[in-house]
Every structure is written in C-alpha cells, then in structure tokens.
Design a protein around this ligand. Structure first.
Ligand SMILES: NC(=O)c1ccc[n+]([C@@H]2O[C@H](COP(=O)([O-])OP(=O)(O)OC[C@H]3O[C@@H](n4cnc5c(N)ncnc54)[C@H](OP(=O)(O)O)[C@@H]3O)[C@@H](O)[C@H]2O)c1
Length: 245
C-alpha cells in the first residue's frame, strides 16, 4: 500500500476519489463509529489500530510510503497517534484539515471556549432554547448544566442513555442548506458548535448571524507538530504525487 488515509471526513472522501482517479494504491481507514456510512471510493479498512504501537505495526506490515491524516480537527487521539507513529518510522505525514473558523470576521462575536464543559456552562448562561451541534459522544457534558432547559441535540446517531424531558434529538446528517438552517435556528437562542472549520462560513453560522442566535464555539484541540499541513484535498493529492514521485 502506498498511502494510508485516516478518514471519516468529507475531505478524506474527496482525497480518496482523487487517489482512485490518479491510480494511487491508497486505503482509507475509518474508526467505524457512525452507523450510516456511504461507500467510499477505493479500498477501505475499518476499526482502531490499537494505539500507536498498533498503527506502527500496520504501517510497517503494509509498507505504507506516506500517511495522510484527514480525520476531523477534533479527532485528537488519532492525530496524536498518527504523529507519533510517523515520527517513529520517519514516514512522511500530512495533516489535511479545513481552515479554522477563527479567521471569519464574525468569529469575534462568538464565545470561544476550550472544551465541552466550558461550552455547557456558557450555553447555560444564555436564556432560551439551546441547539447542540457537537455530535453524540460529548452529550453527557451538557446534561448537568442544561438538564432543565429546552435543548435540541442534532446528531447523526442518537446519544446513549435517557435524556431530560425537555430535550429533543434531531437525527440528521449534513451538509445542510442555508434555508433548512434558518428554519431550525428560528426556534433557537444559543447554538453550540465545534470549530470544524471550512473554506467559508458554514450555513449554520450564517443562519445564526442572520437570526441573532448566540454562538458558543469550542476551540480545536492542540495538535503535535510533526508533518506538514494543507487545507484542501487537491493540495493533499499534490503532496502525495510529490512523495511518491
Ligand atoms: N470528533 C469529531 O468531532 C468528528 C467529527 C466528524 C467525524 N469524525 C471522525 O470520526 C472518527 C473518530 O473520531 P474521534 O473523535 O472519536 O477520534 P479520536 O478520539 O481521535 O480517536 C479515538 C480512537 O478511534 C480510533 N480511530 C479514530 N479515527 C480513526 C480512523 N480514521 N481509522 C481508524 N481508527 C480510528 C483510534 O483507535 P486506536 O487507538 O485503536 O487506533 C483512536 O485512538 C474519525 O475518523 C474522525 O475523522 C470525528
């Protein structure tokens, strides 16, 4: 195998398609945590590697020549493991991730927080209905401060365990249109989001600004320095071409 793509994002899917188009021997790896999965272009493997040692073994056994970490900006463990494994093997590593939303002019109006616990407290400080767009796994962080509040939790899969009576789960998967986000946000007073980033403002952020909805934005986790970084699948495909000669 020439290239291992650590996936689970739209960028990873787009890169996988480019690898197929370019005839590169690439495999996309998925954690296997979401149930609704569209088939990816090219070869795939599913499931964790078993930490850094497991990833090192996998990269060695498959004689991988270049590693692209195209996981979500909040996939902190996989990102750390990828950097450690690549450093140990002296393997070229690329981080492919969308640019942070911090560069958007409206980002100065948001409440930036470091983690989910802080986000839950910040959302609780704003009266009215809360929209959580942070995924299923972090939901327990929001339960204590928001137990008595009206909360809409938008997730691909329903959170585990019982939720308070005024909570609603909205099972849905993006991309969302500006129209649908505007309709949802008319029912909301404060929205919690992760800084997933993108090349421009996300429809939910545009809709929040237009509807006067307060935004609590969770900063990206810090990432190890090993490797290079690009923002688009096109740039990543170019990097792969350069690495493989
Ligand atoms: N976190 C988010 O907000 C978010 C949003 C959208 C999509 N995703 C995608 O969902 C997946 C899991 O995210 P997470 O936040 O749970 O990650 P994480 O906390 O960084 O990873 C937890 C563990 O899951 C395994 N894993 C993660 N990504 C993997 C991949 N692409 N291939 C194989 N194993 C993987 C690794 O297990 P081992 O240690 O056993 O190798 C890793 O240590 C990632 O592929 C990510 O791109 C995450």
């Amino acid at each position: 195998m020439d290239v291992l793509i650590l996936g689970g994002t739209r960028h990873a899917r787009a890169l996988a398609q480019r690898m197929v188009d370019d005839g590169v021997d690439a495999v996309t790896s998925l954690a296997g945590v979401t149930s609704s999965r569209r088939p990816l272009p090219g070869a795939t493997r599913v499931g964790g590697f078993g930490g850094v040692d497991g990833l090192v073994d996998f990269l060695r056994e498959n004689q991988v020549k270049a590693l692209v970490n195209a996981t979500h900006p909040f996939a902190g463990s996989m990102t750390t493991h990828a950097a450690s494994a690549a450093a140990r093997l002296g393997l070229p590593l690329l981080r492919l991730q969308a640019p942070s939303w911090r560069t958007l002019p409206e980002s100065g109006e948001w409440t930036w927080v470091a983690d989910h616990d802080e986000a839950a407290r910040a959302a609780a400080a704003v009266p009215g209905t809360v929209l959580l767009t942070v995924g299923r796994q972090p939901v327990p962080h929001y339960l204590p401060p928001l137990a008595d509040r009206t909360v809409i939790a938008r997730c691909i899969d329903a959170p585990d365990g019982p939720l308070p009576p005024r909570w609603t789960v909205l099972r849905d998967k993006g991309p969302f249109t500006l129209e649908s986000e505007k309709t949802l946000l008319t029912r909301v007073d404060v929205m919690v989001s992760k800084d997933s980033g993108g090349s421009g403002p996300d429809p939910k952020l545009v809709a929040a600004r237009e509807s006067g909805v307060a935004v609590v934005m969770i900063s990206r986790p810090s990432a190890p320095a090993y490797g290079e970084e690009v923002a688009t699948p096109e740039q990543a495909a170019e990097w792969v071409r350069a690495r493989l000669g």
